[in-house]
Design a protein around this ligand. Sequence first.
Ligand code: 2ZS
Length: 329
Amino acid sequence: QTGSANTNPSDSADDEYITSVSIGTPAQVLPLDFDTGSSDLWVFSSETPKSSASGHVTYSPSKSSTAKKLSGSTWSIEYGDKSSSSGDVYTDVVTIGGFSVKTQAVESATKVSTQFVQDTVISGLVGLGFDIGNQVSPRPQKTWFSNAASSLAEPLFTADLRHQETGSYNFGFIDTSLAKGTIGYTPADGSEGYWGFTATGYSVGGAQLNRNSITGIADTGTTLLLLPDNIVDAYYNNVESAEYDDSQEGVVFDCSEDLPSFSFGVGGQTITISGDLLNLTPIEEGSSTCFGGLQSSADIGINIFGDVALKAALVVFDLGNERLGWAQK
Ligand SMILES: CSC[C@H](NC(=O)[C@H](Cc1ccccc1)NC(=O)N1CCOCC1)C(=O)N[C@@H](CC1CCCCC1)[C@@H](O)C(=O)OC(C)C
């Protein structure tokens, strides 16, 4: 068995990617953000304060004949960008890309932080990290993918995120036609809950890769490519107008700049992110100053290969073999 779901950028900056998920009987369809950086499936619901839920699609367990309260269970989560949510837990049927998990823990939000209230294009997250990262207590719950894995043709899923066009999350199979290059595999470290790996080197503007390894995570829920300051500086030294903008909290440059590409080595392959993908967006509608897709990871303490990097590749999240596969797109 397999599953295949389309995913779409939320806005002109590809800030996040939205995938439709069916929950309950009859199906309630919610737009959710698939996040390999976390391990909880949570949704705006009939239990979310009306003022917070305004503008969001919500899940009502009382309207689903297959919903069951997981009594005594609660959850609370905080993300890297300091956004947070918490609540209680139901189980219900959850269908993604035509594949159904009958008894999935669906975490219902009774509290959501301001960022979620304002982000009306999504109604919650589907965590695709490792089960160890799940935040339900007293008994942590499995992710949708973990529950699905044993029934899927292969215990893996792929992410094919695209700039300003429809991409896909495929479950249980690899559509190699989505990639130009060969898939290079490297061990994945799931001990922290997310998909950790080590890139073997990097280069700017098509030069030969150096051998400076970068340890980080493959995170579909993070917009940017976040790397150490020395790499960020090496890149922007090639961009005449680049400067750090305090108000934007990142490096900006003239939108007219012809940005160099950025490449990294992984699993014996080289993934090259084109200059175009490294120009995220004008800092304001119509501005001629643009915000960089590559920014510093210094304040976070972890390097993150987020959507800016993932858009250059077909990425295989191979749970069965505890490995990550990367192929140039
Ligand atoms: C340094 S980690 C920052 C990361 N957040 C982000 O990358 C958010 C995602 C977002 C987009 C649109 C609207 C709202 C939020 N984007 C962001 O901070 N941006 C500021 C810079 O310009 C680009 C957009 C993050 O917290 N990722 C979460 C999932 C994320 C999904 C969207 C809702 C908020 C939570 C998760 O992947 C995570 O915490 O990873 C850990 C392991 C770092």
